[in-house]
Structures are given as C-alpha cells and as structure tokens.
Write a new protein. Structure first.
Length: 533
C-alpha cells in the first residue's frame, strides 16, 4: 500500500505539472494563476533571420584571458541590443572559441538586424531624476494619454483589465480619488505593480515599448529627462522590468573608464565584507569628473546605462576622489561578473564581424509546421489504431499513456522555455513509435502468462516484472545516445536530442508507472476471469 501511495502521488504531481504547462497552449484567456510561458518556435518553423558573428582578433594583440573577456563582452552587448529590438524569444549562443550565433525568429529584415548589432557600444553614467521630476513626468504623460487615448488603441485591452478599486488603493495616498477613472492614470497604471515602484509587467512590456517608440509620446516627457527600461532578469525573463526616469545628459561616459573588476570584500564593512562587488578605476580626467559628480549628488542614484538599458542604479554614499570607486549591493557573483562585462563593453577591445546571414521566410515555416503536424498525426493515428485492433482494451490503456506522453513532452519543453524546431518535431514523431514499444513488450509477456493458465492478476504482475529489465535496457541506451548528441551536437541536432530525451523519460513513466496504475485500478484490483488483450 505504501508503494501504491507513493506511485499515486508521483502520477498526480506529473499530471498536474503537465496540465499546468500544456493547457495554456491550447486554451486562450485562462485565469492569471496559469503559467505565462509559451512554447517557442525555432527559426525553421517561425521564419526569421540567423546571423553568424565572429569576434575579430586579427588586428589586436590580446592574451588568452583578454580574448575570452572580449567574446563575453560581445555576447552581453548583442543580448542587450536584441532585447531593445523587441524580437520575441531570440537565441544568442556562443559557437566555438570566438563565434556567436544569433537567431531572430519572426524577423525577416537582416539589414535592420545587422545595423543594430554593428553599432558601437555606448556606456554612460546618468543621474536618476528627483522624485519631483518623476512625479512631473508621470502627471504629464497621464494627461497626454487621457487626452489622446484614441491614438493608442493598443492600450484599450490594457485599460479593460485594470481593476479600478485596486488602482484607487494604489493611488489613495497621492490625492483625492473622487470621480477617478483608469483612463486618467494610464501611464501610472502601466508602470506600477505595487505602489509607485516603477515596474512594468512582462505582459505589458510590448505596449510600453510601443509607447516609448512613439515620437509624439516622447515629446511629452519634460525637457532634460528620459525614460529607460532596466535590464532583463536572466533567471526569470518573464519578471517585471524596472522603469527609470533619468536625466538625459550623461555625467560620464565609458571613454573615461580604465578598468572594472570583481572583488570580494574584506574587513568589517557590512556592505562589502565577504560579498562580491565591482571595483572601478577611472582615467585622470574621468576621476576629476567623477569626484565632482559624486560630491554634488550624495544620496542620489547614479544609473549605469549601456545602449539605453539601465543595468544598475546604485546610491552615491559620499564624494569619491582619486578615480577609484565601488559598486556594492546584494549582488550574486554571477550578477557582479555580468556588470563588470557591461562596464568593460563600453570600449570593446575587438571588432565583431558578420560572417554569414540566412533568412527563412514565414511561408516555409508555416509549411514545415503543417507538414510536421500532419506527419505526427498520421503516425499517431496508425499507432493508436494498431494498438486498439491488436490489443483491444489493453491497447486503449496504451493509447492513454501515449497521449499523456505527448502532452508531457510539450509541457516540459514549455517549462524549460525550450525551442521547438523541425528536428524536434522529428524527435517527437520517433517518440510516438518508441512509446508503444514498452507496452508491446509488456502485453506480450502478459499474453504468455495467460496462455500457461495464470490468473489475470498474476499474469499482469508477472508481465510488468519480466518486461522491466528489457524496457530499461532499451530506453537507457537510447537515452545515452540522445545525451551524446546533445553534448556534441549543435543547433538542429540538439533540438532532436532534447525532444527525444524528454520523450524517452515520458514513455517509461507512461508505460511502467501510469500504465501499471491503470491496470491495478481497473483490472487487477477487481476479480476478473478474462483480460481483453
């Protein structure tokens, strides 16, 4: 009984997780507690642009470690620029020692992508606006959107989903809220999660970007100020993004920065002791400017901006003379290293050249999807019919396990934010065929037991026990092959290996755990004289 309870809990957890990630893909407008993650489509399915970039070391003399830093800096700059570009689910991966592969699904204009990636990086230090300036900016933009709402019809859906009572609570400490309307405070609502925190939720990010790209909207921002987004959270790309109101004039640029490095704090200072922080060194002229800026703006925030994205905005604690500064905070080691890469990226030590470009049209992508889905459906229908005709009621159980396995593959890909490609669909089709192998082995063992006169319960238990070793051997060897393909393959081969690996794990779960549970519930736990197999 204890084993059965554990098995039941495992099945329940797997089915709930599968439902949580799979259902939003086929049912739109589910309540907010369902995941917002979606299955990404690869370049070959969605169409778009692929660029092969190379960090060129031919004209610069760099050590091995400096070359490694140059490639990491190039990766950071490209990620930052692609994020601003607004391309959904881009793929930016290192390929070899000094090459970078960029895939931009849905983008069929390679010239625009090349222009964006090829620009010189711009690192700037800018002051965050005062609270009065921020309030002035928000009020001006709210009034403008209220009076020109028809110009921004893409905000209509947004205002419909905002709860007025919730907004009244958020803004209650600012002013009398009699005759309140959401339309009076569109920008405040768009950039506020809880109170005035300056956040924009991921689901509203596209609307926010469209506002910032509008020239008329930009004209409403008070003179001398600008609005920028904070960097994406790498660990959670769907997290809310910070919104900053900054002075548009840079106090300092990357040309004055000599070096940036990760340090571990020593001594008894609670801000740095045992924690990673960033150590900065400015040139002589940069040190003079930095001392003036910090001396005149104590307790104000100074934002570090790369290509119009705010990476961090630490508070100035005191005047910093001598050109040596520290950026401290609750940073992880990875976050500190990323910030150092950003700071160094202001002066990239080696150029990045575009070696290859490839454009895939959306027509080819849609044709590939149609052909892949048709192949998967035909293959699954043939397998389902065969199992029903040859194994009867037991075949129906195998078909239920097969359906769960397909949903499991798609759900896990969605959960891992994976990308489905044509080779990935091929892996799923292969999995459909392999998924019933385990059931065939089990059913044949059960048939053998029934022929020698064993009871239904004994035949079923013996069939699963005798088939276990064979199923594990076959699937584990295939899984090892898939792992090797993933480890040493690239691009499409990896996509095939991922779906194949998930499918193998899912098929073993469906056959050995879920299938046995269904047999136990409806067949072996009920005294039966015959078994439909």
């Amino acid at each position: 009984m204890k084993k059965h309870k554990i098995r039941g809990i495992i099945i329940l957890v797997v089915l709930l997780v599968t439902l949580y990630y799979f259902l939003p893909l086929i049912v739109p407008n589910l309540p907010g507690f369902w995941t917002e993650k979606r299955l990404n489509l690869g370049l070959d399915l969605q169409g778009g642009t692929q660029l092969q970039l190379e960090v060129d070391f031919s004209e610069v003399q760099l050590s091995e470690s400096e070359r490694e830093e140059a490639v990491r800096s190039a990766l950071e700059i490209i990620r930052n620029r692609i994020d601003q570009f607004g391309v959904a689910e881009p793929s930016i991966q290192r390929s070899g020692s000094n090459r970078i592969t960029v895939q931009l699904p849905g983008l069929d204009d390679p010239e625009r992508a090349k222009d964006l990636i090829g620009r010189t990086a711009m690192l700037e230090f800018k002051l965050v606006a005062s609270s009065e300036n921020i309030e002035e900016t928000y009020n001006a933009l709210n009034e403008y959107l209220k009076d020109n709402h028809e110009r921004y019809d893409f905000l209509d859906e947004f205002t419909e989903e905002i709860d007025e009572d919730e907004m009244i609570d958020i803004l209650a400490d600012e002013e009398e809220m009699e005759d309140f309307s959401v339309n009076d405070r569109i920008f405040t609502a768009l950039t506020t999660a809880e109170g005035r925190t300056g956040l924009v939720e991921y689901r509203h990010l596209d609307k926010f970007r469209r506002l910032l790209e509008d020239e008329e909207f930009q004209k409403q921002i008070p003179a001398g100020l600008q609005i920028l987004l904070g960097k994406e959270n790498r660990e959670d790309p769907y997290a809310a993004r910070e919104v900053y109101v900054l002075r548009d004039r840079a106090e300092l640029t990357g040309q004055y920065l000599d070096s940036a490095a990760v340090r571990i704090g020593e001594g008894y200072d609670p801000r740095t002791s045992g924690k990673p922080y960033v150590a900065l060194n400015f040139s002589r002229e940069g040190a003079r400017i930095f001392a003036n800026v910090t001396g005149q703006n104590i307790q104000r925030r100074l934002a570090i901006v790369l290509d119009d994205v705010v990476y961090v905005a630490p508070t100035i604690q005191d005047r910093i003379p001598g050109g040596e500064a520290q950026i401290t905070g609750e940073f992880t080691m990875q976050e500190t290293q990323d910030l150092v890469i950003v700071l160094r990226a202001g002066n990239l030590p080696a150029p990045v050249n575009i070696m290859e470009e490839r454009t895939v049209g959306p027509t080819l992508g849609s044709d590939s999807i149609r052909a892949g889905i048709m192949a998967a459906l035909i293959g699954m229908c043939i397998v389902v019919l065969f199992m029903l005709i040859y194994y009867k009621l037991s075949g129906l159980i195998a078909n239920i396990a097969l359906l769960v396995n397909i949903c499991f593959i798609i759900a896990v890909l969605t959960m891992l934010e994976g990308t489905l490609t044509m080779p990935g669909i091929a892996g799923m089709i292969l999995t459909i065929g392999m998924a019933v192998d385990a059931n065939v082995i089990i059913f044949e063992r059960i048939r053998e037991n029934l022929k020698v006169g064993k009871t239904v319960r004994t035949a079923v238990d013996g069939g699963f026990s005798r088939a276990l070793v064979t199923i594990l051997d076959a699937n584990i060897t295939t899984l090892i092959t898939a792992i090797v393909l993933y480890q040493f393959g690239t691009g499409p081969i990896r996509g095939f290996a991922v779906t194949l690996s998930i499918g193998i794990i899912g098929s073993m779960f469906a056959a050995l755990i879920l299938g046995k549970a269904i047999f136990d519930t409806f067949i072996t736990n009920i005294r039966r004289e015959r078994l439909s197999i």
